[in-house]
Design a protein around this ligand. Structure first.
Ligand code: ATP
Length: 254
């Protein structure tokens, strides 16, 4: 903690050897009154989750599993933008630390040459007009040397990329420092307008063909980038543009 150069992110750090999930733990702490900026870290998750309840692998000693608790003064519909803000922070941090060219796969993954090194999951407790608290969970593949068969095609770790063991504490620190900087920018307007240009430069899907799978069906188009609200603009084959909301939608390269 002493190495953290942040104002609020990680103001309290709660470390655990094993947790079911850092998001679950952070939500429980939030209910018990933990302050804005509390960071939960686990060396291992036994029930880590991605979006739509999908499992997230967090093997002991090699992964980073962390969740930041926030109590932002925001309307609930703005929460999904914090997925994008955290994505920028992790991308910037690992790119700078290891001279990489990781990119963001909208809305919630950081990828290197198409393989995921990080997944982000935002959850919140809110009423109609106000967020009580939200948690930003972040799983980063740090030092795994291999993945289970079913993930081999789509997952990679920083160690597998760089050839060396990476310092997990340093990655956490840099990510939180960037999170604070990007969040400050976000807060000025409560939307992505000040971050849009940099976000779009980090976007792997940009200008590429994507397939959008949403609850109403499936369509193809060309991803143009995000708008102020953090929605992905997708130009469909018929020339019209669709604003895709992050919710539970998957976007695939085709
Ligand atoms: P998709 O990439 O399929 O559109 P998604 O980005 O929404 O889905 P998440 O729900 O965020 O994916 O993450 C869960 C999925 O990520 C799992 O179904 C699994 O395929 C994959 N996964 C699980 N653990 C890891 C890991 N440690 N590294 C990379 N990928 C993982």
């Amino acid at each position: 903690k002493s190495r953290l150069h942040t104002d609020w992110a990680g103001c309290e750090v709660k470390y655990f050897d094993t947790l079911d999930s850092t998001n679950i733990c952070a939500k429980r702490m939030a209910e018990e009154g933990a302050p804005n900026g509390t960071l939960v870290i686990a060396d291992e998750q036994t029930a880590g989750r991605g979006r739509c309840g999908r499992a997230w692998e967090t093997p002991k000693g090699t992964a980073i599993a962390m969740t930041l608790l926030m109590r932002p003064n925001l309307r609930p519909e703005k929460a999904s933008m914090l997925t994008l803000v955290m994505g920028m922070a992790v991308t910037r941090a690992v790119n700078e630390l290891y001279s990489l060219n990781c990119q963001i796969k909208w809305p919630n993954d950081v990828v290197w040459e198409g393989k995921k090194i990080c997944g982000i999951l935002v959850e919140m407790s809110a009423e109609m007009n106000a967020i009580h608290y939200l948690v930003i969970g972040c799983g980063i593949n740090a030092n795994m040397t291999e993945f289970p068969e079913e993930l081999k095609e789509k997952a990679i770790s920083l160690r597998m990329i760089t050839g060396d063991e990476v310092d997990r504490a340093q990655i956490i620190q840099h990510s939180l420092e960037w999170l604070e900087k990007y969040y400050q920018k976000f807060e000025e307007t409560s939307d992505m307008s000040g971050l849009m240009e940099e976000y779009n430069q980090m976007l792997v899907n940009r200008e590429s063909e994507v397939c959008v799978l949403d609850p109403c069906g499936e369509y193809r188009g060309r991803a143009l980038g995000i708008n102020d609200a953090g929605e992905l603009l997708v130009e469909k084959e018929d020339g019209t543009t669709e604003n895709v909301y992050a919710g539970e939608v998957s976007v695939r390269g085709v």
